[in-house]
Design a protein around this ligand. Structure first.
Ligand code: SF4
Ligand code: SF4
Length: 375
């Protein structure tokens, strides 16, 4: 195991810029009601490398402080909190990555993910085409067990089990590195409850630190709840798809029933509704990202953001296409494409924008703990 300490994280340009800006903001304090970042900043006098990592992951890049700031460019102070924290946040993904050798994957992440998924998908589809007889691959298979004519259940379930085990270890190690490096303190069960509530409701995307505002400002400065709603759709759509797979597993092992299931059975209803919501959420996030004020965009993170959003969209969309074509001779091909994307998605998960959810929750938990321990 790696023994992480504050001194093991090397200083970077983004850290130095975050530190400079936080010192200006700490003197100004005009934005203290906008989000959780500014109150957390005010609890500090100095900003070491762990502090900037923590504050960067507490920011959800709404842009409100940029629009409010009298020192934003072209002012000579050049205060751009959202962009600076986005760049520092990207660095933290690499600094906390496990195994550490994978840290560089967060540079040019969009390109790397695109190449990886293309290769993974080609290999998965190519292998199935080569290994399965054409009659079976292009045949029409109906009723329970139809999927397993194409791929045995042990293989179909065994691959994700191995991938998920690795992914979970990577997440736990990343979390541990984050927690230790930022000096976060456990604030007890009430703090955990606060953080879970903030995450489940996406409270901070509501427009101020209490979630009682009008949403995030758009490029024309007009606030809107769209970003919050699309994040909700993405999060809950993903959770419903996850629930669909879990219920399907229970059907298989507890009830002895094999997929595919009927259109109105629970695994299919959860997967269909979740898949549609997930497609809407990811398409909406892509649109919101495109219309974001150019002043706060970070070019360094755009590739990673777009690659992840599109990958999630296509994982979901191919699941829905499979549902539509499962009783036709295209079932084998759509199953191969869907499984190739799903397996690739879960393998790349610890090195994609998904880590945002892990470190953001860790930052919310640390923030809730700090507030409770300081009272
Ligand atoms: S972002 Fe600008 S206005 Fe807001 S606290 Fe910092 S310096 Fe002050
Ligand atoms: S961009 Fe939004 S979340 Fe980030 S520091 Fe500014 S106001 Fe807070």
């Amino acid at each position: 195991m790696n023994n992480i300490s504050l001194t093991s994280l090397a200083s970077t340009d983004a850290h130095e810029e975050t530190k400079r800006i936080m010192q200006i903001c700490n003197a100004c304090r005009y934005c203290e009601g906008l989000c959780a970042v500014f109150p957390a900043m005010e609890r500090r006098r100095e900003f070491d490398i762990g502090d900037t990592a923590y504050l960067a992951n507490l920011c959800h890049h709404c842009g409100a402080c940029y629009h409010a700031c009298q020192y934003a460019p072209p002012h000579e102070f050049g205060v751009n909190v959202p962009q600076t924290l986005a760049e520092r946040r990207l660095e933290t993904y690499g600094q906390f990555a496990w195994p550490p050798k994978m840290a560089n994957i967060f540079e040019k992440n969009g390109l790397i993910i695109s190449i990886f998924i293309t290769i993974f998908l080609s290999v998965a589809v190519g292998a199935m085409l080569a290994l399965i007889s054409p009659n079976l691959f292009w045949g029409v298979h109906l009723g329970e067990g139809a999927f397993y004519v194409i791929m045995p259940h042990t293989v179909m379930a065994g691959i994700p089990l191995a991938i998920t085990s690795f992914t979970l270890v990577a997440f736990v190690m990343g979390w541990r590195r984050y927690w230790k490096s930022t000096g976060a303190k456990w604030g007890g069960m009430p703090a955990l409850s606060d953080a879970l509530t903030a995450m489940a409701s996406l409270r901070h995307l509501g427009g101020n630190q209490n979630g009682a505002g009008d949403g995030c400002p758009g490029p024309d400065d007009a606030p809107s709840m769209r970003r919050r709603y699309f994040h909700h759709a993405t999060f809950y759509g993903f959770m419903m798809c996850f629930a669909s797979t879990s219920v399907g597993t229970l059907y298989h092992y507890l009830l002895g029933r094999e997929a595919p299931y009927g259109y109105f059975e629970l695994p299919v209803v959860l997967g269909t509704v979740g898949g549609i919501i997930l497609c809407i959420g990811t398409a909406g996030l892509w649109h919101e990202k495109r219309r974001m004020d150019k002043g706060i965009k970070s070019l360094a993170t755009l590739g990673m953001d777009y690659a992840f959003i599109w990958l999630l969209f296509w994982v979901s969309a191919t699941g829905l296409i499979l549902l539509a074509l499962r009783e036709t001779s295209f079932m084998g091909l759509t199953l191969a494409i869907h499984l190739g994307l799903v397996y690739g998605f879960f393998l790349i998960l610890p090195y994609s924008k998904f880590v945002h959810a892990i470190y953001r929750f860790a930052a919310l938990l640390a923030d809730a703990g700090e507030k409770r321990l300081s009272n």
